[in-house]
Design a protein around this ligand. Structure first.
Ligand SMILES: NC(=O)c1ncn([C@@H]2O[C@H](COP(=O)(O)O)[C@@H](O)[C@H]2O)c1NC=O
Length: 518
């Protein structure tokens, strides 16, 4: 029986859910609509407790639930009932011959495998939480969406109630539910495959044989990096929450480039313990600063390069104060992202109609970074995870006198890792004053940093994300009056570079760690 929209009445439902939320209400509604309920162990107990009659799976299969629940629904009487394509007279005839009755609806929720792993449970417990029968049923019902509806989440129960009122699910709804069910199963299997690859067959180098991405579309964006490129935002359930989960309080919709720049800004600002502001354009900083309060940090970051900061993306690692909001509202800014906003700050910022105001979840570095290449993906541990060389106590003084107060050098060394290579960053008083980024040789980066500093390099400190291959880049800084430089060291010409530093009376430290960022 089917209508023009392909509706199929719900006469018999199989319910087997780990998550019992909303079960009594669902069971009552189904029973009230005349639907016969078939169910597994504790799900059936929950339905009975709600006063709703239910047929136990054992009574359908003639086989007890056994092996501690490892075998409950894995039986032809269940799977034939889910997989029979009732559009085909032959399938109907075969069911009748076998005495199997078809299901019109499967309601399922799987054992909480991912949650069990995340809780730190032992191997045996995790293995036991690998659901076998649930995914088998879901796959069967989803494949057979021509006649069966499959519901895999409590959040979809309202759809069942609507379907009961409307005479069953439409074909379009069953197709959509099937697609969702296969996504759920795939995500579940990715979690199982990742865990088993890592735990049952560990790699001595720490790189599991399998890595899966079960991405879910969160948004379709207006366009990509350029207007002719289509683009969308997907969420990664394996990633700690971040910018993709940010809440937008105001402004135009986020664009692809807004996300790219906001991510760079958010990552840069959160690299500091003190109140910090990063202003980003084209994924590079046009100002980063720390200060006792965010308004001052913003003034200092903006002063680095006010020309470039026009139309920039701002991130701050503390609540945005009203004072800072007033400053930002005076400058054309695309996006501001912060962990929170003081009372009144959003109102001030909202005066700018288009300014996108975001609240991001607490910063967590990505454990691993992925970069697609033709035919594959490169994966690396983030530079933000346990990068050595941050502690100035571990630095090696290789030229000049030790600096009495290393704070600016520490700041510059931390800030330079948010600058695209080759990166040279000049800093004064906890703020960048000249940033040379993205050049294909280090001497040009040094020239750019000095040029941008507009005379402020005299007496400043500088950081280089990688060693100076020649003395020329360092000499550019020295000629501009930079007094101290921090860099990884490690060039075959380190001696020349150190000699140039000594000749210029410049202090230089080696960190032993490089911060390339491409
Ligand atoms: N093995 C089976 O035949 C089987 N059939 C269904 N399950 C799962 O058992 C759970 C429901 O069981 P209960 O109703 O006893 O709480 C569901 O999460 C369902 O996905 C099974 N369990 C694990 O594989």
């Amino acid at each position: 029986m089917s209508s023009a929209q392909g509706r199929r009445p719900i006469r018999r439902a199989l319910i087997s859910v780990y998550d019992k939320t909303g079960l009594p209400e669902l069971a009552k509604a189904l029973h009230g609509a005349g639907v016969e309920l078939v169910s597994t162990g504790s799900t059936a107990a929950g339905i009975e407790a709600a006063g709703v009659p239910v047929t136990r799976v054992e009574d359908v299969t003639g086989f007890p639930e056994t092996l501690d629940g490892r075998v409950k629904t894995l039986h032809p009487a269940i799977h034939a009932g889910l997989l029979a394509d009732l559009r085909l007279p032959a399938h109907e005839a075969q069911l009748a011959e076998l005495g199997v009755r078809p299901f019109d609806l499967l309601v399922s929720s799987l054992y909480p495998f991912r949650e069990t792993v995340d809780s730190g449970a032992g191997e045996e417990e995790c293995v036991e939480q690998i659901d076998i029968g649930g995914p088998a049923m879901v796959r069967g019902a989803a494949k057979n969406h021509a006649t069966v509806a499959v519901v895999t989440s409590v959040s979809l129960y309202p759809m069942i109630l609507e379907a009961l009122d409307g005479g069953g699910f439409t074909l379009a709804q069953r197709r959509s539910l099937a697609a969702r069910a296969f996504m759920d199963i795939a995500e579940y299997d990715i979690a199982v495959a990742q865990w088993t690859a890592a735990v049952l067959d560990p790699d001595p180098r720490g790189w599991p044989a399998f890595a899966g991405l079960g991405l879910r579309r969160a948004d379709v964006l207006r366009y990509g990096e350029n207007p002719h490129q289509q683009a969308a935002l997907y969420l990664n359930p394996d990633s700690p929450p971040g910018l993709a989960q940010a809440e937008q309080l105001h402004g135009k919709e986020m664009s692809y480039n807004n996300y790219v720049d906001a991510e760079a800004a958010w990552r840069a600002a959160n690299d500091f313990g003190d109140p910090a502001v990063a202003i980003i354009k084209h994924a590079n900083p046009c100002g980063i600063a720390v200060a006792p309060d965010v308004a001052e940090a913003h003034r200092k970051a903006h002063a680095c390069d006010p020309v470039s900061a026009y139309g920039g993306v701002i991130a701050v690692n503390r609540a945005v104060s009203v004072e800072m909001a007033k400053q930002v509202a005076d400058i054309f800014t695309e996006v501001i992202v912060a962990p929170s906003y003081d009372d009144g700050a959003v109102e001030v910022l909202s005066a700018k109609k288009n300014l996108r105001i975001l609240v991001a979840p607490p910063w967590q570095p990505l454990p691993a970074e992925w970069r697609p290449i033709g035919g594959g993906v490169l994966v690396q541990i983030s530079d933000r995870i346990d990068a050595p060389g941050d502690d100035p106590a571990t630095w090696r003084l290789v030229a000049g006198e030790p600096v009495a107060d290393p704070r600016d050098l520490v700041f510059a060394w931390r800030a330079v890792r948010s600058v695209k290579s080759n990166a040279i960053l000049v800093a004064v008083d906890g703020a960048t004053v000249g940033v040379g980024m993205g050049q294909v040789n280090r001497v040009d980066s040094a020239r750019l940093a000095v040029a941008r500093s507009n005379g402020r390099a005299a007496g400043a400190v500088a950081a280089s994300d990688a060693f100076f291959p020649f003395a020329d880049g360092l000499q550019v800084l020295a000629e501009a009056g930079v007094r101290a430089v921090v860099q990884p060291g490690g060039s075959v010409r380190d001696e020349e570079v150190v000699a140039a530093a000594n000749a210029a009376g410049l202090t230089m430290y080696f960190t032993g760690t490089r911060h390339f960022f491409h």
